[in-house]
Structures are given as structure tokens and as C-alpha cells.
Design a protein around this ligand. Structure first.
Ligand code: ADP
Ligand code: MG
Length: 211
């Protein structure tokens, strides 16, 4: 079983629905250590993504993820739009001409995406950002090369753990870093939406992988 283009599209649709349902929660998290707009930003961005994807057929991951990326970059105010946009853009470029990807291929594409976020945002692991959920997920994919289902299950679990691990962290990048010590004790909103992203990929793979 490999990750298919159809499954990736399902993952994006699932993410849109999940974010819609979690919009207020994400915004509440951002109100504690930011400017209370992460849920609004993500919801607006993914709604626009769904409009963009409507009636569109893509021939490879690069085309699908480019549409997602360009929409997020232009529709989402704040840092999360360009950062997630870069993630999808780089990930897609790494999967150009492919309609199916093994877990190893997907992990290295996600690594490229993560590198893009790091280049743009200058954050490192432990700075209390989305990286802290995405990076452990990639490591989990890399350490389960044989079994797609097990790999994506452990990736989503690792992202959730990484998200929870942001609670005691001191923010060093983004708006929350302005709070200094007062950022400690709050879960990072971007790490939370990143956990949603990984969990939607897991669910799409489980339901639609290999089709
Ligand atoms: P803004 O901070 O501009 O209001 P959002 O509220 O939509 O944008 O997104 C905030 C999230 O973006 C943070 O919780 C964090 O995870 C992520 N973030 C902010 N700055 C950076 C950065 N430099 N590198 C990586 N992630 C970042
Ligand atoms: Mg914000």
C-alpha cells in the first residue's frame, strides 16, 4: 500500500473539516499567547483551498500541493499562511511527477517541507512552534519504513506528543516569543494545527491509501 494522490486530496478535505470544527479552539489557544487569529486564519485558508480544488484534477502531488500552497500563501494573513504554504510547496516539489509515494518518499518530501519552514521562519526544534509537532512525525515515518499504516499511526501519535510538549516550552519565534516567560504553560496553536494535519494524513491513508 502506498500513499496515493487521491488519498492526499482526501487528507486536505479532512483537514478543512477538522479545522472548521476546531476554529474556536485554535483561536482560544492563540488568544493565550498570540493575537487570537490562528483558527480564523486556518479556516479562511483551507476554505479557499477547497474552492480552488473544486472541479480540478491533478496529475501529480506537485500540482495538488502547489494549489494548496499558493492559496494558503495568498489567503492567510499572519505567519501560518506563508509557513504552511512553503511546507506544501516544497513537499510537492519533492514529489513531482508522482501519483503514489512510499512512506520513505513521503517522509523525505515532508522533511524538505520542514526545511522550507525553518529557512523562512528561522525557528529550530524546541522554539515552541509548528516544527515541534511536524518534526517528530517525520522521524516516526522514517523509523517505520515497511508498514504504511503503522508508520502514519505512529507519526500522528508523535505529532500529538510533540504538540503537548510545547506546553512547558518558552517561545523563541513568532508572536508568542514577545511574551517571554509568560508563554510557558500554554500549548502552541501552530503545533496544534500541525497535529491536525498529520492526523488527517493518517486517516486518509487508513481509509483511502492504495486506491
Ligand atoms: P500570527 O502569529 O502571525 O498571528 P498565526 O496565529 O496564524 O499567525 O500562527 C501562529 C503559529 O505560527 C504559532 O503558533 C507557531 O506555531 C507558528 N509560527 C510563528 N512563527 C513561526 C516561525 N518563525 N517558525 C515556525 N513557526 C512559526
Ligand atoms: Mg495569531
Amino acid at each position: 500500500m502506498a500513499f496515493t494522490l487521491a488519498a492526499a486530496r482526501v487528507a486536505i478535505e479532512k483537514l478543512n473539516s477538522l479545522i472548521e470544527g476546531k476554529k474556536e479552539y485554535l483561536t482560544d489557544l492563540d488568544s493565550a499567547i498570540g493575537d487570537a487569529d490562528h483558527g480564523i486564519n486556518m479556516n479562511r485558508g483551507f476554505k479557499k483551498v477547497m474552492e480552488k480544488l473544486q472541479d480540478k484534477e491533478h496529475s501529480d502531488f506537485a500540482g495538488l500541493f502547489r494549489d494548496v500552497a499558493m492559496t494558503l500563501m495568498s489567503a492567510v494573513g499572519g505567519s501560518a499562511g506563508p509557513l504552511y504554504g512553503t511546507f506544501f510547496m516544497k513537499m510537492g516539489q519533492n514529489l513531482a511527477d508522482k501519483k503514489e509515494a512510499t512512506v520513505e518518499e513521503f517522509a523525505s518530501a515532508m522533511q524538505e517541507g520542514l526545511n522550507g519552514i525553518m529557512t523562512l521562519g528561522k525557528a529550530v526544534l524546541g522554539d515552541k512552534t509548528m516544527l515541534d509537532a511536524i518534526s517528530p512525525a517525520i522521524e516516526a515515518l522514517k523509523s517505520n519504513p515497511g508498514d504504511e499504516r503503522a508508520a502514519w499511526t505512529s507519526a500522528a501519535d508523535a505529532a500529538e506528543e510533540g504538540m503537548k510538549a510545547t506546553i512547558p516550552m518558552l517561545a523563541k519565534r513568532g508572536r508568542s516569543s514577545y511574551l517571554g516567560e509568560r508563554s510557558i504553560g500554554h500549548q502552541d496553536p501552530g503545533a496544534t494545527s500541525s497535529w491536525y494535519l498529520i492526523s488527517c494524513f493518517r486517516d486518509a491513508l487508513t481509509e483511502h491509501g492504495g486506491q
